[in-house]
Write a protein that binds this ligand. Structure first.
Ligand code: ZN
Length: 488
């Protein structure tokens, strides 16, 4: 099938046909987490959205190199050139090595993403592992005349850049607006203009993470890592760059400026941004006290949560909204998603039991086309899900003998459900841990009763238990250490 995918390109503010630079290869870079705290809902959305994009591109037959970085240095509290390094601050607070902070929260992030069934990227580079490359890129930008050094720090010269290239192509902001909105920050008199951003910062004595450079013992600016690692692993120009809408400005805008200054080329063909999540209509944030960690969601451990929510229900809930729409989390909405998911999986189990007849009353090839049309229209997962529920309706009607289906259509329906539900949306049926624990506890009780019966030479009861369990495929074996059981 010739892919006919259209993607909304934030750079050009319109949907464009997806034509990779060198098909079938696709380079995709997504800004990953800054690993200094618990993984929360804000982390889950870009991870799930771009996982769906990645899965769909793979499904279409592209060979995708998916790079998602780990930010472990240079991301300051103020997001601009102000405040402490987020990881350094946490390390001081907990009195541990910054790399212990990084490892701990990277592990935690991976565990949460695995639960959400997010595929691991092809390459997951760390900013701290690419200091040499970042220094090299700064050198290029300095050589090109778009940066200046002051007291051991290097800043990007936005005014100079704007005189030859246009600054603000991604966000639509212009330099006059920047002048009006940039705050006066203390201690930043090193900059020619307040809106200039740092490429390299000389480290204060109390700053924990620092490296030697031609300019000072210091550390790279936050925006630089993505330009450097994107270029290193995907080339001067690659296909897709993704991230949250909050990163569009200044982070991604600065990435474009850095790459154009250093390499004289626009770095990315398609820019994709997922919209943000609110909680009960409120912006989420640590300072607002409503940033709920993913672990708390999975365990129901937060005062705002009425219950625990399974990772796949959270995933399904997120995919029910288009990635460019804002998404509001509430207990009600999540519970509705849970019910919908259950309905979907129940019907998929029914699907395996359906029998074919000689006539189809529904247009299954047409349904399959609609599923592709939805995904090809800028990854429109909510429309796709609506079509999949049309599939659910058809399955249930056939099961109720109100409709019929041919063998060919039945296998097509099975294939399309498998591909769109599991491979592309990345949903899966979860084994509930609590029900496993319940089965273990019940079996222990049953085995104890049987043991008691045997001790009393009550063979009738002992055999009754064994035979009844055998009917539901549970086999009991007596060993010298007591009875053990297994599901056949
Ligand atoms: Zn980034």
């Amino acid at each position: 099938m010739e892919p006919n995918l259209f993607i909304y390109n934030t750079l050009n503010r319109r949907k464009e046909k997806f034509e990779p630079i060198s098909p079938p290869f696709v380079g995709m870079y997504v800004c990953g987490p800054t690993v200094y705290g618990d993984a929360h809902l804000g982390h889950a959305r870009p991870a799930i959205v771009f996982d769906m994009v990645y899965r769909y591109l793979l499904h279409l037959g592209y060979k995708v190199r998916y790079v998602r970085n780990i930010t472990d240095v240079g991301h300051l509290e103020g997001d601009a050139d102000e405040g402490e390094d987020k990881i350094g601050k946490k390390a001081k607070l907990d009195n541990i090595e910054p790399m212990e902070v990084v490892q701990f929260y990277t592990n935690q992030y991976h565990a949460a993403m695995d639960k959400l069934n997010v595929l691991r990227p092809s390459i997951e580079p760390h900013a701290s592992g690419h200091i040499i490359e970042q220094i090299e890129m700064i050198r290029k930008i300095l050589d090109a005349g778009f940066a200046y050094e002051k007291n051991g720090s290097v800043y990007f010269d936005i005014e100079k850049y704007n005189s030859q290239h246009k600054y603000g192509v991604l966000s639509g902001r212009n330099i006059d607006e920047l002048l009006a909105y940039t705050r006066e920050l203390e201690g930043q008199e090193e900059k020619k203009n307040n809106f200039d951003f740092s490429l390299w910062k000389k480290a204060d004595p109390e700053h924990l993470m620092h490296w030697p450079s031609p300019w000072s013992e210091g550390y790279p600016g936050w925006h630089l890592e993505c330009s450097t690692m994107g270029t290193k692993y995907l080339g001067d120009q690659f296909d897709i760059h993704g991230g949250g809408l909050d990163l569009q400005f200044p982070h991604h805008e600065c990435e474009i400026a850095q790459s154009v200054a250093a390499n004289k080329k626009m770095p990315v063909k398609y820019w994709l941004h997922n919209n943000m999540i609110t909680l009960n209509g409120q912006k989420m944030g640590k300072s607002l006290g409503n940033a709920i960690s993913l672990d708390d969601f999975f365990k129901g451990n937060h005062k705002l949560l009425e219950q625990a929510y399974s990772p796949i229900a959270i995933r399904f809930f997120m995919l029910q909204a288009h990635y460019r729409s804002p998404l509001d989390f509430s207990n009600e909405a999540l519970q509705a998603a849970e019910k919908g998911l259950e309905k979907l999986f129940t019907s998929l189990n029914t699907l395996n039991k359906l029998t074919a007849s000689n006539k189809s009353t529904s247009d299954i090839p047409g349904l399959r086309d609609k599923c592709y049309e939805a995904m090809n229209d800028d990854f429109n997962s909510p429309i796709l899900i609506a079509h999949l529920f049309e599939g659910v309706r058809i399955i249930n009607s056939i099961n109720d003998i109100k409709e019929t289906i041919t063998a060919a259509d039945l296998s097509l329906l099975k294939q399309l459900m498998q591909e769109f539900v599991f491979d592309i949306l990345g949903l899966k049926e979860e084994e509930s841990e609590s029900s496993n624990e319940l089965v273990d506890a019940l079996m222990e009780t049953i085995i104890n009763i049987r043991q008691k019966a045997r001790e009393n030479k009550d063979w009738d009861t002992s055999d009754l238990i064994r035979d009844n369990l055998s009917k539901i495929d549970i086999k009991i074996r007596d060993t010298k250490d007591g009875a053990v059981w297994d599901i056949e």
